[in-house]
Design a binder for this molecule. Structure first.
Ligand code: HEM
Length: 403
């Protein structure tokens, strides 16, 4: 039942306690309207149908460097911010199409599929090393994605620990509000990562390998200058950070959901073929990315007398869309057998997550192996949620391996 009023629901999304479980608030907002005005010149979008449609609407744009130039002329001084703003994530056509083509041509389905053995070996190694009592986030969910993305980019194993901290420091720039201290850590992380990638790029220019960095360097050096040096660095940083905490959160959330649904865990344990459906339902049930934003470039008519002016910001609540009862009956039930699970957790349209196949593969390999190798795996304490609004997941998840 709905026992929260509309203003309380909106307010709760801006408070750490409200973010622990935003789903009751989403229900209230979605019941209120598929789209409604929030702060000045900003609208919220809550329904699956409208979020999916607007993500694919070519008349909408993402905030890009021209916007940052206007409201924060010194943004380039914060290298954490700069690396994200200069990447494809915050770039519009025609530059976006060019960057995306260069990255997609190198980050291919074949390259991802070829990672299956690396991922499997890494999962086994992490399971072998798990202490009997441990925090699943720090001993599994963090190290797996970083090992995989480092292997993909050709970053040596000895550098992984160093990367992990920098990538974590940098992701605060994806949140709408961060403290000054967080911003200065993000700046430092951005500088360190840029310096590192300058060296790596120079090395791969001299002696190319078969890693993604070498492929991107070659694309960037092509005659039609597919990527500028600055763009190459920004997109390398993006590949590292975009695929890191998001996948960590998918793994942490997914394990918690499976432990909370032992029958589903048993079924997956005895039939690894269920993994793709289980992972899609985990993505729907508790999306690692809860929202993204777009801006109108022309007046936009949403129907029902809702006319939006040019320059209106649309906040798309992905986590709400995924729990829309019009699209997913009984939406708060975890059920991998639902037909046609297509969550908006990886976005949609031109910016659809480039790393989706890799993130899915990591989770599809990890969960069946964790369950079969550790049949006694269980929670061993209170899980602690992160209180972030955009990147949703656990800060810690105490487990016992049952060994
Ligand atoms: C974009 C989610 C893992 C690389 C996105 C977007 C979402 C998303 C929602 C679109 C943002 C928008 O439209 O505003 C996720 C989730 C992941 C994940 C939930 C894990 C569960 C990864 C991985 C990589 C990656 C593993 C790379 C190794 C990217 C890139 C973009 C992107 C490069 C920008 C694409 C563009 O702007 O054209 N991701 N992501 N992501 N993601 Fe992921």
């Amino acid at each position: 039942g709905i026992d929260m009023d509309f203003d309380t629901a909106v307010g709760s999304l801006f408070q750490p306690e409200g973010r622990i479980d935003p789903y009751p608030a989403y229900d209230v907002l979605r019941a209120h309207a598929a789209a409604f005005p929030g702060m000045e010149n900003q609208w919220w979008v809550t329904s699956h149908a409208l979020v999916s449609r607007l993500l694919r609407d070519p008349s909408l744009r993402v905030a890009d460097k021209s916007d940052y130039d206007q409201f924060w002329p010194d943004w380039r001084d914060n290298r954490g911010v700069a690396s994200v703003v200069l990447s494809m994530l915050q770039t519009n056509p025609p530059d976006h199409s060019r960057m995306r083509r260069a990255a997609a041509a190198t980050f291919t389905a074949r390259r991802v599929a070829a990672m299956r053995d690396v991922i499997t070996a890494q999962v086994h190694e992490l399971i072998d090393e798990l202490p009997a009592e441990t925090d699943f986030v720090s001993s599994f969910a963090y190290p797996l994605p970083i090992a995989v993305i480092c292997a993909l980019l050709g970053i040596p194993e000895s550098e992984r620990h160093w990367f992990r901290q920098r990538a974590a420091d940098l992701t605060v720039v994806l949140e709408p509000i961060s403290s000054e201290e967080e911003m200065s850590r993000a700046d430092k992380a951005g500088r360190d990562l840029e310096d590192y990638f300058v060296g790596l790029v120079a090395d791969r220019q001299r002696s190319p390998g078969d890693d993604l960095t070498s492929a991107l360097v070659q694309a960037a050096g092509a005659e039609d200058a597919v990527l500028t040096g600055e763009e190459l660095l920004a997109n390398l940083v993006l590949l590292l950070v975009a695929g890191f905490e998001t996948t960590t959160n998918l793994l942490g959330t997914g394990l918690q959901v499976l432990l909370d649904h032992p029958r589903e865990a048993d079924r997956l344990r005895s039939d690894a073929e269920r993994a793709p459906a289980v992972v899609e339902e985990i993505l729907r049930y508790d999306s690692p990315v809860q929202l993204t934003s777009r801006f109108t470039t022309t007046p936009l008519d949403l129907g029902d007398g809702k006319h939006l002016g040019t320059g209106t910001m649309l906040t798309m609540l992905l986590g709400s869309a995924n729990r829309d009862p019009e699209r997913y009956p009984d939406p708060h039930r975890f059920d991998p057998d639902r037909p046609n699970i297509q969550p908006v957790s990886f976005g949609g349209g031109a910016h659809y997550c480039l790393g989706a196949p890799l993130a899915r593969l990591e989770a599809q390999v990890a969960f069946p192996l964790l369950l079969t190798r550790l049949p006694g795996l269980a929670l061993a304490g209170e899980p602690v949620r992160r209180d972030r609004l955009v990147l949703r997941g656990y800060a810690s998840l105490p487990i016992t391996t049952g060994a």
